[in-house]
Design a protein around this ligand. Sequence first.
Ligand code: F6P
Length: 344
Amino acid sequence: MGKDKKRIGILTAGGDCPGINAAIRGVGKTAIVKYGMEVVGIANGFSGLVDMEVHPMEEKELSGIITVGGTILGTSRFKPFKPDAGHAITDKPQIIKQNYEKLGLDALVCIGGNGTQKTANLLSKEGLNVIGIPKTIDNDVWGTDVTFGFDSAVDIATEAIDRLHTTANSHKRVMVIELMGHHAGWITLYSGIAAGGDVILLPELEYDLEKVAECLLERSRVGKPYSIVVVAEGIERPKKKSAASYIGKKIEKMTGMETRETILGYIQRGGTPSAQDRILATRYGAHAADLIHRGEFGTMVSLKNDTITSVPLEEVGGKLRLLKPDHYLIEQGRSMGVCFGGKL
Ligand code: F6P
């Protein structure tokens, strides 16, 4: 390692999604080609730094990965600052700090969602030079307009809902589909509108099953042969039940209409990234390398009104960016007769 060469570590943590490899490629290629830095790949999120599961990444390893889903580095949900089962504060942060020094790292790039950025901020406070990149299909990371992974998930969910229309019409059924998003309704709102959902239930909006039943019965009364109900996994419901199962069974009981449920699940996290996500992830990655070059640490790259910028990690950690009840797609959906579970 040339003594004047900066050496950066890259890790990917939390739920995987399409676009992570595009982000790794964006950081890595910019660091190597533009700044002559060295790149170290860290396996399986923060646990790779504890276990020293690392390897040098040459530029050739970054070729051909922009289209590849998932993460070539592997990921985990390991949280080094989370007390262990015995409630003792673990020594994992200290081990990470020692290994960061042992590796001779000048910076650490953490690609992940809100949990990852919270850990990134805590490591930054321990003195590590950290840059965050916001990643998640949930689109719920504070401080940026959008995370990569979200656009691909919306495309996947929209295509799935499109397919439900034809089978619903053939059988004259109510089809309920549950989408991911954790506590946020971004995927459900965007794909619900894109795919012509008739009922869209979001964690951010209280719903009344009576109103949902009324809406479906009214649709039937005016001759609509089927209905599509799009529900977010995070809506209020008995914990032991999935959102789809709870809503589907209630609808069938309250309306007498034949109902079937689909849980789209991990399909939303798989496969190749959309072009939009490839571009956003590349922009995020390249900017992370620029921030390292400029020594602007303790920050997360972000998008504000289509401009790539950055925000202090301090502002991001532990917060969720949820839908506002007056989001323009909710307003537009309502004015077109979409039922969000409130008044008809
Ligand atoms: O954060 C992404 C996400 O897919 C959420 O939408 C979902 O609730 C969660 O991860 C599932 O977690 P896991 O991958 O640990 O099962």
